[in-house]
Design a protein around this ligand. Structure first.
Ligand code: ATP
Ligand code: MG
Length: 137
């Protein structure tokens, strides 16, 4: 089995969608092995999205990710990274397939409701950034 890091973003927590989004993940055979609701600091958001720091939307992205609470979770399952990306749908909800989280809930390319690690290697880094080993069960 594989693990991936998922984040339910501020646009989704603001609309009280945590349970609905979690149902899509569970229906995809992904299991929550850790989960916590936190308000990211600016420093945490900047570090987490550091790969995007040269992009035009970086400051806006950090503002958005710190604008309200997020739910950070570790998902476990067969091919968890790819399976989670599949159920999330495309970054821009206008391009997302039917039945995906972003198609059904995202507001726009920025306020797109969920994050999912894009590789097993990044998943390990992102999981270690938010959780101690003892918090994952
Ligand atoms: P995530 O990393 O959050 O799972 P992703 O891998 O689908 O999403 P990335 O290209 O890594 O997309 O972009 C990270 C996040 O930055 C997006 O999820 C979105 O919130 C924001 N973003 C991406 N592209 C744009 C854009 N063109 N304008 C504004 N925000 C954007
Ligand atoms: Mg990404």
């Amino acid at each position: 089995v594989e693990r991936t890091l998922s984040i339910i973003k501020p646009d989704a927590t603001a609309r009280n969608l945590t349970g609905k989004i979690n149902a899509y993940l569970e229906d995809a055979d992904l299991r929550f092995v850790a989960q916590k609701r936190v308000r990211l600091t600016r420093e945490q958001a900047e570090t987490f999205y550091g790969v995007h720091k040269e992009r035009s939307f970086f400051n806006e992205l950090v503002e958005y990710m710190t604008s309200g609470p997020v739910v950070v979770q570790v998902l476990e399952g067969e091919n968890a990274v790819a399976k989670n990306r599949e159920v999330m749908g495309a970054t821009n909800p206008a391009n997302a397939d039917e039945g995906t989280i972003r198609k059904d809930f995202a507001l726009n390319v920025q306020e797109n409701s969920v994050h999912g690690s894009d590789s097993a290697e990044n998943a390990a880094i992102e999981i270690a950034y938010f959780f101690a080993g003892t918090e994952i069960v």
